[in-house]
Unconditional design. Structure first.
Length: 235
């Protein structure tokens, strides 16, 4: 994220496809440049971003990337990002319609589907946060995998919001990362019983939004169902 060509911060995000086209899904605090709880400016430069630079996969060239800038505000000065239709600014995730996508390949998530074979998720289930801590990648354009455990009942709502907790050693720059369950070989099935498969299976669980406080490894995940509500609201 930047303003007046000043680099303010780095974060993570992922692509969903809505009725209007590709959408960048990321945290609200990544585009506002403000603490989600207090409203305080996050940058040491005391600035908020007006442009976001997105590192995309280059079309037809696996492993190569291309950076495309997207304005965060329109010509009237209104935000271009879209917030959840009911939660509005309470939700720490937004969708930004993408316009500058020439020479770009998308690898997308569909929050409306559990994915894979509906892998069972409960307290202590292993989950991974896929993103770019401190702006670094795991090689080429690939994300770093930070792995931890579900730390609350995923069917319950933490703080009366569509969120649950994970216990994971995350770092700055992972805000906005997709959170998934990744299994290979076998897994507990959500409908009961054990399933076996001969290739990796994943289940998309939501978007990572940072730790509950700086001294804890407990992090907040906004649920896939809430992201689906946002994506489906954009027409």
């Amino acid at each position: 994220m930047s303003v007046k060509q000043i680099h303010l911060a780095s974060g993570s995000g992922f692509i969903c496809v809505g009725r209007t086209g590709p959408l960048l899904i990321t945290n609200r605090h990544n585009v506002t440049g403000r603490d989600q709880r207090t409203g305080d400016i996050l940058s040491r430069h005391s600035e908020v971003p007006d442009v976001i630079s997105i590192r995309h996969n280059r079309t037809g060239q696996p492993g190569q990337t291309v950076v495309r800038d997207e304005a965060l505000f329109d010509n009237k000065g209104d935000p271009r990002w879209v917030e959840h239709p009911e939660l509005k600014g309470k939700a720490d995730f937004v969708a930004l319609p993408l316009e500058n996508v020439a020479d770009v390949d998308f690898y997308t998530y569909d929050p409306s589907e559990p994915g894979g074979k509906e892998i069972m998720i409960g307290p202590t289930s292993v989950v991974s946060v896929l993103g770019f801590p401190f702006g670094i990648s795991g090689g080429s354009s690939l994300p770093v995998w930070a792995t931890g455990f579900v730390a609350s009942e995923p069917d319950a709502n933490f703080e009366d919001l569509p969120t649950f907790l994970i216990d994971c050693r995350t770092r700055k720059g992972l805000s906005g990362s997709p959170v998934i369950a990744y299994r290979y070989g076998s897994a507990d099935y959500a409908g009961g019983g054990l399933i076996a498969f001969d290739k990796p299976e994943t289940r998309f669980l939501g978007i990572y939004a940072g730790r509950v406080n700086p001294d804890a490894d407990l992090g907040i995940v906004w649920k896939a169902t809430a992201i689906a509500e946002l994506v489906n609201s954009i027409t």
